[in-house]
Design a protein around this ligand. Structure first.
Ligand code: ZN
Length: 243
């Protein structure tokens, strides 16, 4: 089986389509594992949900998904994120809201646990430090865990009871071994590692490998749509720089 593992689409249909096309050109996939935040920030929240639903997939809820349907307060969001969230809420159809309602906070697939933020705090925690990762290894039972939320492609590895981490570089074919791992495939719709290209991974169960890809997409097209909808300028600009 081959799984396309991706997260943080954030209503960016152009980026999502580019990833789907890219994966399709590389032998395709059987199923999508989505790590949440399908909506929020970008100009096509409804279309992104609609597109995801066309594939066999599983998905966990992200903070922006829940905020967009009023299941989470936007008080913790920065002002531009909150503005985008309120705009997003107005774009969702009733079936989109039902879909988001149905999303679990975490789930197990094969040898992986899937969450949006972290196993300890599935919605809010950003896994960006060794200390945070070290504690989080005790909060899931599978050998490996997949997270999103930070939009930064990272690999956390546990050796004995010590964690270490490194960037998940483009073109890395990560071989799954005995060591426990927490993997972030990076973000599709709003990368934040200084590389504006969409980020995702393909997991091949037979080879037991996870391959990291970066994909160019039409950034100006997404920015134009955002401007037309009056979405905040900082959110439009950041797409050009991947931050
Ligand atoms: Zn996100």
């Amino acid at each position: 089986m081959r799984y396309a593992i991706l997260g943080d689409i954030h209503g960016n249909l152009a980026a999502f389509e580019a990833v789907l096309r890219h994966a399709g050109d590389r032998g395709g996939f059987d199923k999508i594992w989505c790590l949440g935040d399908v909506v929020g920030y970008g100009p096509d929240p409804h279309e992104c949900i609609e597109r995801l639903l066309q594939f066999e997939h599983v998905c966990v809820a992200g903070n922006h998904d829940l905020a967009a349907i009023g299941k989470m307060d936007t008080a913790e969001f920065n002002p531009v994120a909150a503005l985008a969230c309120h705009w997003t809420a107005q774009q969702l159809a009733a079936e989109d809201i039902d879909y988001i309602q149905s999303l679990p906070l975490s789930l197990c697939q094969d040898v992986f646990t899937l969450v949006h933020g972290s196993p300890r705090e599935p919605i809010w925690e950003y896994l960006l430090s060794i200390e945070a990762a070290q504690d989080n290894f005790a909060h899931f039972e599978t050998n490996y865990c997949l997270v999103g939320h930070s939009h930064v492609p990272l690999i956390f590895e546990l050796t004995g009871n010590r964690a270490a981490y490194r960037m998940f570089q483009e073109g890395t074919n990560l071989k799954l071994g005995k060591k426990r791992l927490i993997i972030n495939p990076g973000g599709v719709g709003q990368p934040r590692d200084g590389d504006p290209r969409a980020s995702y991974v393909l997991y091949d169960t037979e080879a037991r490998t996870v391959y990291h890809y970066r994909v160019e997409y039409d950034i100006p097209a997404t920015q134009k749509k955002m401007a037309e909808q009056g979405l905040p300028m900082p959110l439009i600009r950041r797409l050009s720089v991947g931050w």
